[in-house]
Design a binder for this molecule. Structure first.
Ligand SMILES: Cc1cc2nc3c(=O)[nH]c(=O)nc-3n(C[C@H](O)[C@H](O)[C@H](O)COP(=O)(O)O)c2cc1C
Length: 331
């Protein structure tokens, strides 16, 4: 049974990788994941706001009479709200590289061009084997067009590509009118892999206090289908490898993701909820399924149900949609 796969130029022992999150904020976490059989580690993201915030703080310290940055910086989260500051992040990356033989994917989260992107270079110099770039952006301005939003994201990827040589994965949101076109553009701009999808943590509101109530809920398998569909549509069409993140809780979820065209799945909620040893269970469940269904390699499984095998994907989508709506019957 060959479970190996490739992701971001790396040969991995199996396709189930811990995704960006709090699982490895300390070296203990890194070692625990290595012991649990993780084939690579994706660090949590360093945010544009953190880096820019430090740059503002430095500018204010140099010219304390200036309030030029006061308004902008008042929107930024305080540096104490981030688990790792920019310098600590680089140090953590260096120490993690020294403490483990696993490849480490560093992560940056931001949406604008600027000096903060120099951190891509610093992360590469600190030993990152690849970079995951999370382009989390919710368009909120009525006059900003889809084309402007997309073009800004492509500019960020181009700017990062110019700075570093290591592979780049772009983690993106599902909210684009033509996701395949955006994906195609990201690959042309320099992305080697696409990670589908960023989760949007919709804040609740407290009607009495008239306040936002941000709540971080772990995912459920209900989130899987949106990702499966888009992985199946993009597989083999955009010149990049695909990773699925969001809703993987069982080996059968992994099988579906691979069949649709993911080269790897990223897992966070399942490991937070059940402990990192759940990784062993997921790999075992994948292996058992493959044995029972006579598949002897992950690479042969990848994409066997993608739209690449469908002569007219648009008609297939329309037909599935129409059939689904007709299928409901009162009990
Ligand atoms: C506590 C927590 C922290 C996270 N931090 C990050 C992060 O720093 N960067 C990022 O791109 N995703 C982050 N994520 C999102 C995960 O990487 C992942 O995409 C998401 O949780 C969906 O996968 P899951 O269903 O396996 O949890 C975080 C998720 C959780 C639960």
């Amino acid at each position: 049974m060959d479970l190996t796969t490739r992701w971001l130029g790396l040969e991995l022992a199996h396709p189930i990788v811990p995704g960006a999150g709090p699982l490895y904020d300390g070296l203990d976490g890194v070692r625990r994941l290595e012991d649990a059989g993780a084939p690579l580690i994706t660090l949590r993201a360093l945010f544009e706001e953190q880096i820019v915030g430090e740059q503002f703080a430095l500018a204010r310290a140099i010219d304390s009479s200036s309030d030029a940055f006061a308004e902008a910086s008042s929107f930024l989260p305080g540096t104490h709200e981030f688990v790792l500051g920019p310098d600590e992040y680089l140090e953590h990356l260096r120490c993690s590289k020294a403490a483990t033989r696993l490849p480490i994917v560093a992560s940056l989260n931001g949406t604008t061009q600027g000096g903060w992107l120099d951190y891509a270079t610093l992360l590469e110099q600190a030993g990152a084997d690849a970079l995951e770039l999370n382009l989390y952006e919710l368009a909120t301005h009525p006059e900003r067009t889809a084309a402007a939003v997309e073009s800004a994201l492509l500019d960020v990827v181009r700017a990062v590509r110019r700075r570093i040589r290591i592979p780049i994965a772009v983690k993106l949101s599902p909210f684009f009118t033509s996701l395949p076109n955006v994906a195609h553009g990201l690959v042309k701009a320099g992305a080697d892999g696409l990670v589908l999808f960023t989760r949007f943590y919709q804040p609740d509101i407290d009607p009495g206090a008239q306040e936002y109530r941000p709540t971080l809920r772990l995912s459920t398998p209900d989130e899987l289908n949106l990702r499966l569909r888009w992985i199946a549509i993009l597989h083999g069409r955009v010149g990049a490898q695909l990773a699925l993140t969001g809703g993987v809780h069982h080996g059968s979820d992994v099988v579906k993701a691979l069949q649709c065209g993911a080269s790897v799945v990223q897992v966070v909620s399942a490991l937070l909820a059940q402990g990192v040893d759940q990784l062993h269970a997921l790999v075992a469940q994948l292996r058992v399924w493959m044995e029972e269904h006579d598949w002897n390699s992950v690479t042969s499984l990848v994409g066997c149900m993608s739209h690449q095998h469908c002569p007219d994907p648009r008609q297939l989508e329309r037909a599935n949609y129409a059939r689904l709506l007709q299928s409901w019957a009162r009990e």
